[in-house]
Design a protein around this ligand. Structure first.
Ligand SMILES: [Cu+2]
Length: 223
């Protein structure tokens, strides 16, 4: 072996500055990681608590939504029967919070006498609904502001969505989009019907009134 030659694994004085640079770099990196960690713990606080939710013992309710339309007998080409909810039967998840939007293409059939009690909202979240009037000739065009209401003047009710077993009643304003929130409970099958005499025949109680697929139907609450 000649003088001056060193085994390649033997440290040399030449790498001193490199070690210093690496050390400084490591310190800088550690500082950045620490600062980033603090920033995340402040700014990410809500996100962290939300991430913890799925491991809770009680599962969060399934949030879902349902869209219904009320179409007229004229739209259906069956003026002799009268209007219908579409769909008239549907399935919702149990123990869930459901936003229901109903687009009502029909006009009012005034509630009178004992039926005026169905002009009041019951059984929805807050016993309330939101109502926005629409232009029936251009149904995606609102003609007024959204209002939160607990009921309607009986003369302005076109239909009701009434689920007696659940204590739910929502009066539907004519020519409007109606939105409300329901909380479903245990699984089961529940009948709904419209309590507004909107059908054909004497007193509007014939035709569509009380007829499944028109002004009556079934809500299935599934596990
Ligand atoms: Cu009806």
């Amino acid at each position: 072996m000649t003088t001056g030659a060193r085994p390649s694994y033997e440290p040399t004085r030449d790498i001193g500055p490199a070690i210093l640079a690496i050390s400084v770099g490591a310190l800088l990196l550690a500082a950045v990681v620490l600062i980033a960690g603090y920033a995340t713990s402040w700014g990410g606080h809500l996100r962290l608590s939300q991430r913890a939710a799925p491991v809770a013992l009680v599962a969060a309710p399934v949030h879902s939504s349902l869209a219904l339309s009320i179409v007229t007998g004229t739209m259906l080409g069956n003026g002799a029967l009268g209007p219908a909810y579409v769909p008239s039967s549907f399935t919702l998840p149990a123990h869930a919070t459901i936003t229901v939007t109903v687009t009502d293409f029909d006009n009012a059939t005034p509630l009178t006498g004992a039926l005026t009690r169905y002009a009041t909202v019951t059984g929805t979240v807050g016993d309330a609904m939101q109502v926005q009037p629409i232009d029936l000739l251009s149904p995606n065009t609102p003609t007024g502001a959204v209002r939160t209401l607990h009921g309607l003047p009986p003369a302005q009710v076109a239909h009701t969505l009434t689920i007696p077993a659940l204590g739910i009643n929502v009066p539907m304003a004519g020519a409007a989009r109606i939105t409300f929130t329901l909380r479903t409970g245990r699984p089961g099958t529940y009948a709904w019907e419209c309590m507004d005499p909107c059908g054909s025949g004497p007193g509007g109680l014939g035709g569509a009134m009380g007829r499944p697929g028109f002004m009556a139907g079934t809500i299935t609450v599934a596990a």
